[in-house]
Design a binder for this molecule. Structure first.
Ligand code: ADP
Length: 422
């Protein structure tokens, strides 16, 4: 039997999942990072990768046909000709790129995805100004570098990771305006996610007991991997992530982009994964309630009745999607004495914001919403699911799987993206 390995590098640790030809999970392995995200170095990523692989039972490892890796989107690094990092990576949320944004604005098209302090391209421009830049030969994303450790080829990426580098995912080439930046470095060659790149390096295959012909495929980003795991496949199907923040993703035949709202589309084979992220979400609930309270109080809410409380739950001022207003104040009053009523108001209000988000995506041209899968800490809350279904007017279900590693294993199997193999 052939097996497929998906590896997920998140902020708190790395995970691996092995699936069989039927996409059933055969093994799961984990490597939690001991250090805070900022202290996790490429050396630790490398160790995590190899420790994960070693944890997979021998008999499964011998039959793995293909491997894919997802990294954290916009975590990037420079490496020398041998693939050794020349400086510390810039992590996904590093905003030092704000220092080069003005320059970038003068060259990139208005409202382009790269025009954000944390975009990969802004990070690359910032890196260019550092002394260590002269030693660098290749600019890579986290997933590209980790895959390189397995297949040994430098300078290869996928079009999910490369989106925020400015790669034109419609034309499948780097845009001409990028040349005006005259960056003296090898930008990665970009492949469709899941494309086989090369066999494992023979020394890696032998050392870890893999087949010599085990393939390493182009990877993806963490959030797309989680989307692939959800079970959503058809245009109109969406995944809401109810974690610390509220993240919406709607599969569509049309691409929608609007940097003002932080809306952009990833390419998924013949389709587009449109999406936006709001600062509202579970982090605000956590400010007022423990997880146990969230569970018990939610059970007392009558989900069929709408709460009249109209909040905009935020931790601090400002949101981008579905309301683009950096000065938008958190709205959390009036606060009723009864905690059940207060929680009802919060869940109802976040559900309204979610529905408004999907409306905005559809107004901009995305396909009509038909079904919403749900991931994140809030997905287990049946009361909230019922409130959301009332607002969204479509079936709301839990994601089939929520682990990014599972989605990436599907990618390695070649079954991750509709249309990719057609
Ligand atoms: P992160 O985005 O940090 O990975 P998680 O997906 O782990 O977040 O979800 C954590 C969030 O889920 C917390 O902010 C918490 O308030 C929220 N949460 C946990 N349990 C519930 C629940 N039963 N109902 C609603 N929200 C919940």
């Amino acid at each position: 039997m052939d097996f497929y390995l998906g590896i997920d590098f998140g902020t708190s640790g790395a995970r691996g999942m092995v699936v069989d030809e039927e996409a059933s999970i055969q093994a799961q392995v984990r490597y939690p990072f001991q250090d805070s995200p900022a202290a996790v170095t490429p050396k630790i990523w490398q160790e995590a990768l190899f420790v994960l692989v070693q944890q997979i039972p021998d008999q499964l490892r011998r039959e793995i046909k293909a491997i894919a890796i997802n990294g954290t989107s916009s975590t990037v690094l420079l490496v020398d000709a041998a693939g050794n990092p020349t400086d510390a990576p810039l992590l996904y949320n590093d905003a030092r790129g704000s220092l080069v944004l003005e320059h970038l604005r003068s060259i990139a098209p208005p409202n382009h995805t790269v025009l954000s302090a944390t975009s990969s391209l802004a990070k690359l421009l910032w890196m260019r100004q550092q002394p260590s830049f002269s030693e660098a030969r290749y600019f890579l994303h986290q997933a590209d570098w980790l895959a390189f450790l397995l297949h040994g080829q430098l300078g290869i990426s996928d079009y999910h990771n490369a989106l925020k580098l400015g790669y034109d995912v419609e034309e499948l080439k780097y845009p001409e305006w990028l040349e005006k930046l005259q960056i003296p470095i090898q930008l990665p060659k970009v492949l469709p996610p899941g494309t086989p790149i090369a066999q494992l390096r023979p020394e890696i295959a032998d050392k870890f007991g893999f087949r010599r012909d085990c393939l390493v495929c182009a990877g993806t980003t963490d959030s797309i991997a989680a989307f692939l795991a959800s079970g959503a496949k058809l245009p109109g199907e969406a995944v809401t992530s109810l974690g610390s923040t509220l993240v919406l993703k709607l599969l569509s035949r049309t691409r929608v982009e609007d940097a003002r709202y932080g809306i952009y589309s990833h390419r998924l084979g013949d389709l587009w994964l449109t999406g936006g992220a709001s600062n509202t979400g579970g982090a605000v609930l956590k400010q007022f309630f423990t997880n146990t309270e969230l569970e018990s109080l939610s059970r007392e809410i009558d989900a069929s009745k709408a709460s009249e409380l109209d909040y905009y739950p935020l931790l601090k001022v400002g949101d981008r999607f579905p309301i683009n207003d950096p000065n938008l104040p958190p709205r959390l009053s009036p606060r009723p004495d009864n905690p059940v009523e207060f929680l009802h108001g919060l869940l109802e209000s976040i559900a309204r914001i979610e529905a408004r988000g999907y409306e905005l995506l559809q107004q901009m041209g995305a396909d009509k919403l038909s079904r919403v899968y749900t991931a994140g800490g809030g997905a287990a809350n049946d009361t909230w699911t019922a409130i959301r279904a009332r607002h969204l007017q479509v079936p709301v279900v839990a994601s089939v799987y929520t682990e990014a590693a599972y989605g990436t294993a599907l990618l390695a199997m070649g079954g991750g993206i509709k249309g990719e193999q057609e």
